[in-house]
Write a protein that binds this ligand. Structure first.
Ligand code: G2I
Length: 447
């Protein structure tokens, strides 16, 4: 006993005395040690600038094309797609082990001229075709898409922004997300916006309510991007962490997608990094450019490197914050913060049954199944769906449902936010699989 205890103690001591993992010496490596990425916007025409690429290749492990994947760049004439500049950035990144965030499939701004003058159902179909074509082109090459960018209005309304896309119908955003999921089922699908950092702002609450509604109804959204362009008119506020954790509690990942800070205060940069590290589902930070001279707001000197490529104090603060940070916990431990909106109501318990229907999008070698669970005459407090897959079909990825089994008979149950379905109402979820779906006949029962 004594020997065993001593042995255990010695082993414990040895563990205790083992030096912690060496602190990373670059932004990307330090973020990776914390299970996150650190990215930057990249302008394709700067890839021939060796001072620029030296920093890019050394420091970052995620890349966003600053302009090259926007609608005007990728479909300059209707039906004629142009991917050269974007492909160059994607190839530069991926050949060096960096990942790519796609930015952006649908936006009121930077539309090609032919699209700006469109409206109604013609515009809706052109937008959906654009989403499908571009997401298909980059399938397997981007880890996440800003599917829709900046669709909410500034100011106190908390409403959607008026635009030609919005005027095609309020469901344009969810239609874009469904098209993106069908085209690239492996990519995380994000909504991205600015001035959504302050939890008390109406715009933040408007986006929050949309994401909550999407999750409840099974619209395929995986993540929310917070641009975090901080400046004197729109400063960093300490409730940013509440914003991140409140969105994460809806069941989405959150990312800081376009960070820059007027004046580049080291303390403010440190706070932003600490806010992300405090939220388990905040899985990455991207700065909007490398050197101050690369910034869309160069005169505000908002970035981590100065014009000659030297590290600024903000760089040191970010690196230190990354190295001091905690590793993510899973599941997220951040308590949900009550939004200043209606309290959720608990539907009456009921034994009512449910039905499940499935729609399949098949391509050679794989398919996506979108499943709709509809409550019968009583509300559901939970559901189970069983789907028999034909031989050769294997589930690789799923959203908005828990699964048991990847082949043969698969069983699926609700996740936390979509078990309660009102009488006659429905919720949607789905999965991606290899193989051929054939005709799937799901069965549903209440739990
Ligand atoms: O405006 C800052 C960012 C806000 N969130 C969405 C981002 O996509 C946006 O990025 C900026 C780019 O940094 C700018 O570089 O988006 C602007 C508009 O798309 C970009 O500016 C454009 C100019 O308006 C064009 O005149 C110019 O040809 O950059 C183009 C390429 O340099």
């Amino acid at each position: 006993m004594a020997l065993t205890a001593a042995g255990a103690l010695a082993a414990g001591m040895a563990l205790f005395m083992t030096a912690p993992a060496a602190a990373g010496t670059t932004l990307g490596a330090s973020a990776a040690e914390k299970g996150r990425y650190f990215g930057t916007a990249v302008a394709g025409f700067k890839l021939s600038d060796s001072a620029y690429t030296t920093i890019l290749n050394r420091e970052f492990n995620m890349v966003t094309a600053e302009n090259e994947m926007k609608m005007n760049a990728t479909e300059p004439q209707q039906g004629q797609f142009s991917y050269g500049a974007a492909d160059q950035i994607v190839n530069h990144a991926r050949s060096r082990g960096m990942s790519v965030r796609g930015h952006t499939l649908a936006w009121h701004s930077q539309q090609p001229g032919w699209m700006e003058s469109m409206s109604g159902s013609a515009l809706r179909s052109a937008m959906l075709n654009h989403v499908t074509q571009v997401a298909t082109h980059f399938r397997g090459q981007v880890v996440a898409w800003d599917v829709v960018n900046e669709a909410f209005a500034d100011g106190s309304s908390g409403a959607r922004r008026d635009s030609n896309l919005q005027r095609t119908g309020n469901d344009w955003i969810e239609a874009a997300f469904r098209a993106a999921r069908a085209a690239d089922p492996g990519a995380k699908l994000c909504y991205n916006d600015y001035n959504t950092d302050n939890w008390t702002h109406a715009k933040t609450q408007g986006v929050y309510n949309m994401v909550r509604d999407f999750k409840q109804r099974g619209v395929p959204i995986d993540c929310v991007g917070f641009q975090a362009h901080f400046n004197n008119d729109s400063p960093y506020v300490s409730n940013f962490r509440t914003t991140l954790s409140s969105f994460a509690a809806l069941g989405v990942d959150v990312q800081i997608t376009e960070l820059d800070i007027q004046g580049a205060s080291a303390n403010t940069y440190r706070s932003v990094v600490e806010d992300c590290l405090a939220v388990a589902r905040c899985n990455g930070i991207t700065v909007w450019g490398i050197r101050d001279s690369d910034s869309w707001r160069a005169s505000q000197t908002p970035l981590l490197f100065n014009n000659n490529g030297s590290k600024k104090p903000a760089y040191d603060a970010v690196l230190a914050a990354l190295n001091n940070g905690t590793t993510p916990t899973d599941p997220p431990t951040d308590p949900p913060t009550d939004p200043p909106t209606d309290p959720p109501t608990t539907p009456p318990p009921g034994p009512g049954g449910c039905t499940a229907t499935v729609s399949v999008n098949q391509w050679t070698g794989g398919f996506v199944a979108n499943v709709r669970v509809t409550a019968g005459s009583s509300a559901l407090n939970g559901w189970t769906v069983t789907i028999a897959l034909p031989s050769g079909a294997t589930v690789t990825n799923a959203w908005s449902a828990n699964r048991s089994g990847n082949t043969g008979t698969t069983n699926w149950t609700n996740v936390a936010y979509n078990g309660q379905v009102g009488a006659g109402q429905f919720t949607e979820w789905g999965f991606q699989a290899n193989g051929t779906a054939g005709s799937l006949t799901p069965t549903c029962s209440a739990r």
